[in-house]
Design a protein around this ligand. Structure first.
Ligand code: DX5
Ligand code: ZN
Length: 218
């Protein structure tokens, strides 16, 4: 089943709970929560206090995408604030195996993220200990950037690796997903689609989510 993960990065933060609720009404099943530190990526967003409030307001699982340096120092705080899934960037983790175990030890699903320039091969030793792999289809840091189609071959490669057996991760994509790009991502093998601008950029988030899911399944 295809899952839609609305990214709150493009939401109106003054009406966050209401907007997220609408996106869920429209078929979103996971809330994508983008954390940026101004170091790993050239932007700053939100942290555990906002997560804690959102956790109280919505029932859906919350997927924390940590675009930060030294994630080990903050994983406990995000888990305590109510994260259900936590993903870290391969590029930010010197001790990736340790970091992924830390996420699981805190009771969360563990994900690993790769930037557009990072090959799938860098994950070969951790694919058996991750619950999901997030393929960035834009360079992280900002919403509403154009989709980079060349990243889809990594999705196909992940599907092929999983077919070899011994691993059981899910495949998520993040960046530039819209009505005209979601179909090719699904055909490549994506199972969880993050969408920010396409859900919250304009109009009704519920209707936007519905349209995206329709395009994904057509
Ligand atoms: C980008 C973030 C994304 C972002 C996607 O660095 O990780 O989750 O919100 O936004 P759209 O869907 O607008 O490309
Ligand atoms: Zn993200």
């Amino acid at each position: 089943m295809i899952e839609l993960a609305p990214s709150i990065l493009s939401a109106d933060f003054a009406r966050l709970a209401e907007q997220v609720e609408a996106a869920i009404q429209g078929g979103g099943t996971v809330v994508h929560f983008d954390v940026m530190d101004g170091h790993f990526v050239p932007n700053i967003t939100i942290g555990p206090p906002v997560l804690k409030s959102l956790r109280k307001a919505v029932k859906a699982p919350i997927d924390c995408h940590l675009m930060i340096e030294n994630p080990d120092a903050y994983i406990p705080a995000f888990a305590d604030a109510g994260a259900n899934w936590i993903s870290v960037h391969q590029e930010a983790c010197l001790h990736l195996d340790r970091t992924l175990h830390l996420i699981r030890d805190h009771g969360c699903r563990a994900g690993v993220v790769i930037n557009p320039a990072t090959p799938v091969e860098t994950l070969s030793e951790v694919l058996d200990i991750v619950d999901y792999v997030l393929v960035m289809s834009v360079n992280p840091g900002f919403g509403a950037q154009p989709f980079i189609p060349a990243t889809l071959h990594k999705v196909r490669k992940l599907v092929a690796l999983r077919n070899q057996g011994g691993t059981n991760f899910r495949i998520e994509i993040d960046g530039g997903m819209a009505l005209d790009t979601i179909g090719e991502a699904i055909r490549a093998g994506v199972e969880i689609v993050v969408a920010g601008n396409a859900v919250f950029g304009k109009g009704d988030p519920a209707e936007n989510a519905r349209e995206l899911l329709k395009a994904a399944n057509s």
